[in-house]
Every structure is written in C-alpha cells, then in structure tokens.
Design a protein around this ligand. Structure first.
Ligand code: NAD
Ligand code: TDX
Length: 335
C-alpha cells in the first residue's frame, strides 16, 4: 500500500508515520509537510534512511504539488496537516482557514482526480463544541464549533463529506479527543506545563481550571486510524477517545506532583476567549464496529510522557527559541 501522509512532521503525524512503518514495514509512505513552526524533522530521525519513507517539504494548499504527489500511485491519503492550536487561531484566524479548509479541498480534488481508494480526514472532537456536565459526543452530535480553529476543522470535515456525497470519493473522518505523548509541541497544555515546571516558571491555568478534556495517548490514536484505513466503512465518521476526562487543574497538579514541584507555581490567568467547558467522547462505534481498544491508561501514559520530556530536554529547549519565544510573550507576557 502507498500512503500519502500530510503533516507527518508534527506531533500526531510523526507518531503515526513511526507507528505505521513499525506495523506495516512494507507500506510506502510519502510524508508531506510544510514545516511550519510546528513541523520538526527531528521527530523523524529514527527513520531518516528508511527505504519506504520519503519526506517532501510542501504546502497542502499547493495544488500542482499535491497533484504531482498523488498521481504517483497513491492508494490512501491521510490528512493530518493543519494549524492545530486554539490560542493561535484566536490571534490569527486566516491561516487556519487557508490550511484547514482550503488545503483540505486541494487534497480532495487531487484525490478525486487520481482515484485514491481512501481519503482519511483526521479531525477533532472540538467540531462538536462544548458539553454540559453530562452526556458525550457521538457521531450524530451536531457540529457546533466555537473557536476559529474548530470552525476551520469543521469546514474541512464538511468538504470531505460533500466530496463523498457529490463525487463518491471514498472517505472516512475521524474525530479524536485531546492527545498527549512524545513530540507534542510545548504550546499545548501537557508539554507546556512540564517544560515550564522544569524551569520553575509559573504555570498559566486559564479561568477556574475546571474545564474538562478527554485525554488519549497518541499511540492509541494511531492504532485507531490504522484500523479506519483498513476497515472503516466508506463515508463514515468515527469518534476516538479513551474515557479519560480530567479537569485542567488536575492535569497540572499531577505533573507537579510527578516532578516534585510545588503547587505554588500554578497561576490562574484570564480565561481563553470562547473556552469550551467540557469535551467527552463516546467511542462505542469504533469499539464495536472496528474492535479498537486503547492500550494505555492515563495514569501510566502521563508518567511515560513526563519521563520522555525529561529525557528529551534538548528537543524542547531547541524549540523554545526565536519565533516560539515571540508567541509565548504575546500569549503569556514575560511571566
Ligand atoms: P501539529 O501542529 O503538531 O502538527 C501539524 C503539522 O502540519 C506540522 O508538522 C505542520 O508543519 C504541518 N502543516 C501545517 N500547515 C501545513 C500546510 N499548509 N501544508 C503542509 N503541512 C502543514 O498538530 P497535531 O497536534 O499533530 O495535530 C495533527 C492533526 O490532528 C490536526 O489535523 C489536528 O486538527 C488533529 N487533532 C489533534 C488533536 C490533538 O490533541 N493534538 C486531537 C484531535 C485531532
Ligand atoms: O496555557 C494554557 N493554560 C490552560 O489552562 C494552555 C495552553 C491551555 N490551557 C487549557 C485550555 C484547555 O481547556 O488546557 C486545555 C487544553 O488546552 P490545549 O492543550 O491548548 O488543547 P485544546 O484547546 O483542548 O485543543 C487540543 O485538543 C483538540 C488540540 O490543541 C487540538 O488540536 C485538538 O483538536
């Protein structure tokens, strides 16, 4: 099988490329990534000279380039490439629409033109908006995105759906909850708090810290997408989540406790605009139809992740320079 994986130098994409080459060493992977601030070839060091992995630096909005890549006998497109950080979408929404909506449409056109056997859109539970104290997102929950990020992801998803309905393009959409694990960019809650705590910096918790996210170890997300590629019913959406709902402040305290740092580092700061209160995924469909089961529980997964950041300090300290430092100052001031 020949796969075109977009965004394969980012957090989940790079974990997925590594996972697929381990699970299916004979598959050929073309990994296309624009190497924005979030793309990092260091994530792919272990497969630098793997004969079945080819890296191409390109933007998914570049139609000529996407056509040139997909026409090379690509069977399956897996679209991870996206602007992925909610706070950045509040500061700069335009690039989110460009990559997450227009980029998806460019890929869909190329996939249609060259007749792929499947197009997998990697999406998010955030397209469903926010939950109250009870209930879970199912595949039938209405789309009600609240941030420019989630609205742009919902826009991409709707185009994927439309290409299936209108042109018969064989597609699946996956909607996963919050991921954590190795290679996550230190702007996201868990790696941000680990890296700041290690530097004895204040930990900026938004609002009252009681917003809830449903956490999944990244490898379990990868195994779910692998199953969807091979067994997903065409045209279907699959929600992915591991029933691990935690408040943000619980996560931050767990990290402090594990690192032996004081809770006095926690600083409650102004809330995120449009901050979704709670996400929770019902994974019944992917569990019963495709037999997916997560392998990591949160308590061990978070410890493994903290250990990874402790042993890979160079990876994240190199990131914490230049453009990233400018963003951090804009977002959090000089605290
Ligand atoms: P990330 O920001 O770490 O990685 C995104 C990658 O896409 C980067 O390597 C970046 O260089 C690349 N990219 C950005 N714009 C591009 C463009 N125009 N052309 C080509 N490449 C481009 O993001 P992530 O956390 O790994 O998320 C990957 C995907 O999974 C996204 O689609 C995101 O919406 C989705 N998702 C993420 C989570 C999560 O918790 N992180 C949960 C559910 C779904
Ligand atoms: O400094 C912070 N302080 C804080 O309290 C940051 C960065 C976050 N938070 C809160 C906001 C959220 O309630 O922590 C929670 C998690 O925040 P993020 O790590 O930014 O993730 P979230 O906004 O939930 O979105 C993530 O999950 C769904 C990914 O970034 C998305 O790409 C994915 O689609």
């Amino acid at each position: 099988m020949k796969l075109l994986i977009t965004g394969g130098a980012g957090f989940i994409g790079s974990n997925f490329v590594l996972y697929m080459l381990e699970q299916h060493p004979n598959y050929q992977i073309i990994n296309v990534d624009a190497l924005t601030y979030a793309g990092n070839l260091e994530n792919l060091k272990a497969i630098e000279s793997h004969p079945n992995h080819t890296f191409v630096k390109a933007d998914i909005t570049d139609a000529k380039m996407m056509n040139e890549l997909i026409c090379q006998g690509v069977d399956v497109v897996v679209n991870f490439a996206a602007e992925s950080h909610v706070d950045r979408s509040i500061l700069e929404p335009d690039v989110f629409v460009k990559t997450n909506v227009m980029g998806t449409q460019v890929l869909l056109d190329a996939a249609k033109k060259y007749g792929v056997t499947k197009f997998v859109q990697v999406s998010t539970d955030e397209v469903y908006g926010s939950l109250g104290e009870t209930g879970l997102f199912t595949e039938r929950s209405p789309l009600a995105p609240n941030s420019p990020y989630s609205a742009s992801k919902a826009g991409g998803d709707l185009l994927v759906r439309a290409y299936h309905e209108t042109f018969g393009l064989p597609v699946n959409i996956t909607r996963c909850s919050n991921n954590y694990g190795p290679y996550q960019f230190p702007e996201k809650l868990i790696p941000l708090m680990i890296s700041r705590a290690l530097n004895n910096e204040s930990l900026p918790v938004y609002g009252d810290g009681l917003n809830i996210r449903d956490w999944l170890y990244v490898e379990d997300h990868c195994s779910a997408i692998d199953l969807v590629i091979h067994h997903g019913q065409l045209g279907e959406v699959y929600n992915i989540g591991g029933n691990n709902e935690r408040t943000n402040v619980h996560i931050v305290k767990t990290i402090l406790n594990e690192l032996g740092k004081p809770e006095s580092l926690i600083t409650y700061v102004e809330d995120r605009l449009g901050h979704d209160r709670r996400y929770g995924i019902d994974p019944a469909k992917i569990t019963s139809e495709l037999g997916w089961k997560p392998q990591h529980n949160f308590e061990t997964g978070i410890k493994e992740t903290i250990r990874w950041y402790l042993s890979n300090k160079e990876w994240w300290t190199r990131i914490q320079s230049g453009a990233y430092r400018d963003y951090m100052t804009q977002q959090y001031g000089s605290r």
